[in-house]
Design a protein around this ligand. Sequence first.
Ligand SMILES: [Zn+2]
Length: 319
Amino acid sequence: METSGRDSESGTVTLHALSAGHFTLPEYQFISPVVETARRTVPSLAFLIQHANKSGRITRIVFDLGLRRDTNRYAEPIRKYITTRRPMTTRPDVVEGLARGGLTPRDIDYVIYSHVHWDHIGEPRDFPDSIFIVGYGALDLRSGAGAKLRGGHPFFEHDLLPESRTIELSDPKEERGVSSAHQSSVQNFDTTRALTAFKHLPNTLDLFGDGSVLIVDAPGHLAGHINISVKVTDDRHVYLAGDAFHDRRLLTGEKDIGTWRDVEGHVCCIHADRQTAAETIDRIRKLELDGVEVIAAHDPEWENLNQCRFFGVTIETQP
Ligand SMILES: [Zn+2]
């Protein structure tokens, strides 16, 4: 068990990782400088957040679904694109990871996507009852808004999400709440109640109203890119950074964000907005300096060092 927050004000939160496949990246597309032929195999991490309120009611969230178990079920342009990402494994996937700890997809109240790239969307059809939450702008990508993006943004499945069970968060700049019928279940992005520990984060949504789970606007990588911050104890926070960065050396300043040229000579970047992505990394770097644990979705070192924090791996003990 990750641990839990216990005080009179907030609920109790546990955080576990879920294995959700591995694939292989050409490093030049992510960091610079680097040897052009360098490749490395990375995980696509998902996470299970379980929140119990003061009455003991448990709400379960899965953050990202990783790779799709059956890659033949991806849309054809994605199937073609991911031939560049081999070696690749998709098992165990999130559903199998949940089962290891005794849960099924029907136990999951919310699936929150950091963003809708192929290696995070998994198999939403596995979650027939869950409400899906995406950041502002993510739904536009389904209708072709991402067509002009160069590099790493191959295609977005127009039928990815069930319309009646999907919440798109509002534009955090406008603070108008969420754009769906589920408006009452999710609060507005809140720029005035950001916790002291999160002074570096301008746009957060306090999911349970107790400061235990924050959805954080993390722009730059792709429209709608969001992160989650979890208060696992009163003085310990874990920040799930999604694809805000793909290599820890971007946090330390040892490397810069990579760019490359496509066959037509256009400059490509894995981040849709490189400058904004760099600003997001700056904010996350400050969080880490403040003592927050930062976990990126594709960090093989974190995965190797934290096997005991995967759901179902260890018997939970109370602190
Ligand atoms: Zn991505």
